[in-house]
Design a protein around this ligand. Structure first.
Ligand code: PXL
Length: 269
């Protein structure tokens, strides 16, 4: 099996590719990457970061891959630098995803009620059209609200509206009664996988969840079990970060609980 992760490299701050690549690799399959941009740190909570858009390199990279006859079972997109990269992802999906392949879109563009620096309503509109091409989408609550264009909806309403755009929406980093988890639809039924109570908001929590979820899915863990395990693992990573006392902007301490993730993966597959 071959998986492609399209996301940025934030050199410091543990999000996007630096989190997804090690976690998805635990699933035991080949993981390739396409970096969309390279930043000295991610854009949340840091000032003065560098940002290099790598779009210019895409055509030559894709031409080379094409000559190798590469095709993917899973393509996963995350943080995209601009609207033209959204169009490039559509093209990559068309050319490199197997007929039986699965495309997962993380519409990475905001958190805590706000868009990340550099994104606006036009970007959301373009991202919505990309989400409509996905089999699974994994927005956080803020991204979900921007995608459906409405705030203050219940989680049930939000998931049902998202389902009009993409068949399998999963809302990540979902909080209820100060518990952290994920919410998705099983048919018309809303399922919430809530883990321990944890305070605060953490950068890259969605990437930790998605990386773990993918590792579990490609290791043939049942979808509902995979969501529960990935959600517990993300929460354990927040707890570990609190224990270590590092600043939230430096990302989640996801490393310590990798043995837990692997043992659950083996147990459930
Ligand atoms: O995981 C979120 C994320 C990804 N990539 C970049 C970011 C952020 C959140 O701020 O700035 C560059």
């Amino acid at each position: 099996m071959r998986i492609l992760l399209i996301n940025d490299i934030s050199c410091i701050g543990k999000c996007s590719l630096t989190v997804e690549l090690p976690l998805v690799s635990l699933g035991g399959e080949t993981v390739d990457i396409l970096p969309t941009s390279i930043l000295s740190t991610h854009t949340g909570g840091f000032t003065g970061y560098t940002f290099r858009d790598l779009s210019e390199d895409f055509p030559e990279i894709l031409k080379h891959w094409k000559s190798l006859g590469i095709k993917y079972d899973y393509i996963v997109s995350g943080y995209l630098a601009n609207i033209s990269q959204i169009e490039l992802v559509k093209q990559i999906k068309k050319e490199f995803l197997k007929d039986s392949g699965i495309y997962i879109c993380d519409p990475s563009c905001g958190d805590n009620g706000k868009l990340y620096v550099g994104f606006d309503e036009n970007f959301i509109k373009a991202m919505k059209s990309l989400v409509s091409e996905a089999d699974i989408t994994v927005p956080n609550l803020t991204e979900a609200e921007y995608l459906v264009g409405s705030k203050n909806l219940t989680i049930d309403e939000l998931l049902k509206k998202l389902k009009e755009i993409c068949p399998h929406p999963i809302i990540t980093s979902y909080r209820e009664d100060n518990k952290l988890g994920a919410a998705y639809l099983d048919g018309d039924q809303v399922v919430k996988c809530m883990s321990n109570a944890v305070a605060g908001s953490y950068h890259g929590a969605g990437d930790v969840f998605l990386g773990a979820l993918l590792a579990l899915i490609i290791h043939h863990v049942k979808f509902s079990d995979a969501i529960k395990i990935a959600s517990d693992y993300a929460t354990m990573s927040v707890e570990e970060t609190l224990k270590e006392g590092t600043e939230p902007r430096y990302g989640l301490a996801f490393e310590k609980n990798i043995p837990y993730l692997v043992s659950e993966m083996v147990k459930h597959s």
